[in-house]
Design a binder for this molecule. Structure first.
Ligand SMILES: Cc1cc2nc3c(=O)[nH]c(=O)nc-3n(C[C@H](O)[C@H](O)[C@H](O)COP(=O)(O)O)c2cc1C
Length: 444
């Protein structure tokens, strides 16, 4: 099996369009997928190498609203306090729930791998916590029986929704006919739809691109196929496989899909601000919006959208908060602490499980530590752009050898930069802010 590697790649937004806030449109307060209510109608996009349980909970919690005041002590962050940041009053009847992020999704998981794995290893792949509901698990593969087996495993693991990936452009996924490779074979897609639908009772959704290339655009046909086969919603990243991430997402195809089916349509591609989200709804009439690359650059994006929606509803004028330097400190510190805590938890579980194989356990521990530091570096690269002096912090983080050294660098940085002007309006991600660390296994 090929080893996962993290590489630095340029996954930019190509000359992003700045949308003004539309006068009337806003992201819906909720959407119902099968029997699952998603409120508000916002989804964290699945991102391999990024949306693990720690990142998902971080985003969901960073999007929370509370009424009590923050008592955060920067030296000793406590999760409850982290989230207790006063937001502009949000009408919870409008946002329906405390978190501005309505649905989170796992990274894509290979159905072949999942169906072959031992129970214990499966658990590791499908780890999620109670506070992640509603949560959707995404699968990829090309064999209907294997996908159906894996969908059953997902259902038995307690996920609320199972999602099929038909968008992945990675060569090694496409080579085995998975991901966007299937876009060239609608009859096989139909066989897969039928097999998964027959295997599970939880809502079943599909995420796809508009087609293989401009000569082969299938999104409307595919959405109808999904509806005809009992799928409960579809999500469209409005680019072809050949587009990769270039050019603008072509939202007109989201509108075309929405026109063609009655099941909920989730629009995806190039949302960087609450203005973009509302404009996508205005232009496509989509039922929900899905956000990927912006989330690690601006974890407040879901909260900002919910604030905008709620204030618009209440007063007719939509507003939203911009994170201060202090907010950014608390956020980066919290995320890193969550990564360190998760490793400690896994270590404890492992020690309990495997006293007898200490040598092996040691190797696994070291590997996990490396992974956590890798994630900290990845997140730092996204998140510190727009922070004054962020370049120096990034350099220090990249030179750190372990998690505690990374956290110490963050603390020292924010201690010595307490009163910097707030340039941290990542809603408008600046030009040099678009270097994303991507996961080689997903984005070739
Ligand atoms: C690093 C990275 C990993 C991704 N992994 C997945 C994945 O596992 N499954 C999937 O359906 N899409 C994946 N995507 C695509 C995103 O879900 C999303 O469709 C795409 O980034 C466009 O949305 P955005 O403009 O909001 O980023 C990935 C994208 C990135 C940048």
């Amino acid at each position: 099996m090929m080893k996962k590697r993290y590489t630095l790649e340029q996954k930019k937004w190509d000359s992003p369009i700045e949308h003004a806030m539309p006068t009337h449109a806003r992201v819906p307060a909720s959407v119902t997928i099968g029997n699952v209510v998603i409120a508000p109608a916002t989804v964290l996009a699945p991102m391999a190498g990024v949306t693990d349980t720690v990142f998902r909970r971080f985003i969901k919690n960073a999007s929370q609203f509370t009424t009590h005041e923050s008592t955060t002590n920067p030296g000793a962050p406590h999760l409850e306090e982290m989230w207790a940041q006063d937001a502009t009053a949000v009408n919870q009847e409008t946002t329906n729930q405390q978190s501005g992020c309505g649905l989170i999704m796992t990274e894509f998981t290979s159905a072949d791998g999942l169906s072959r794995m031992r129970e214990t290893k499966r658990k590791r792949y499908l780890t999620y916590y109670d506070d992640e509901h509603p949560i959707s698990a995404q699968l990829f593969g090309s064999n209907p029986e294997t996908l159906a087996d894996s969908a059953r495993i997902v259902q038995d693991a307690g996920f609320d929704i199972v999602d099929l990936n038909l968008g992945c452009p990675a060569k090694r996924v496409v080579a085995c006919n998975g991901g966007s490779g299937l876009l060239k074979d609608l009859p096989q897609i139909e066989r897969i739809f039928k097999a998964i639908r027959a295997a599970v009772t939880i809502p079943f959704t599909v995420k796809f691109r508009i087609g293989w290339n401009d000569a082969h655009i299938v999104c409307v046909e595919l959405a109808k196929l999904a509806e005809d086969n009992g799928l409960n919603a579809c999500a469209l990243h409005a680019r072809t496989r050949e587009d990769g991430y270039t050019g603008q997402a072509r939202w007109e195809y989201i509108a075309a899909v929405k026109d063609a089916v009655k099941i909920p349509v989730i629009g995806n591609g190039d949302i960087r601000t609450p203005e973009d989200a509302a404009t996508m709804v205005e232009k496509t009439n989509c039922d929900a919006v899905m956000i990927g690359r912006t989330a690690p650059a601006n974890p407040w994006i879901f909260r900002q959208i919910a604030q905008y929606t709620a204030s618009k509803e209440a007063t007719g004028v939509g507003t939203y908060d911009h994170p201060t330097n202090d907010d950014r400190y608390r956020m980066i510190r919290t995320y890193f602490q969550m990564l360190v805590d998760e490793i400690a938890l896994e270590e404890a579980a492992e020690t309990a499980r495997a006293e007898a194989i200490i040598a092996q356990g040691q190797i696994a521990r070291e590997k996990r530590n490396r992974d956590a530091v890798g994630k900290m570096k990845q997140f730092a690269a996204w998140f510190t752009h727009g922070v004054p002096g962020g370049g120096a912090l990034r350099k220090q983080i990249f030179e750190s050898k372990n998690g505690n050294a990374v956290i110490a660098a963050v603390e020292q940085f924010f201690e010595t930069h307490p009163n910097l002007p707030d340039e941290a309006d990542t809603a408008a991600v600046q030009d040099d802010d678009k270097t994303l660390l991507t996961e080689a296994a997903y984005c070739d």
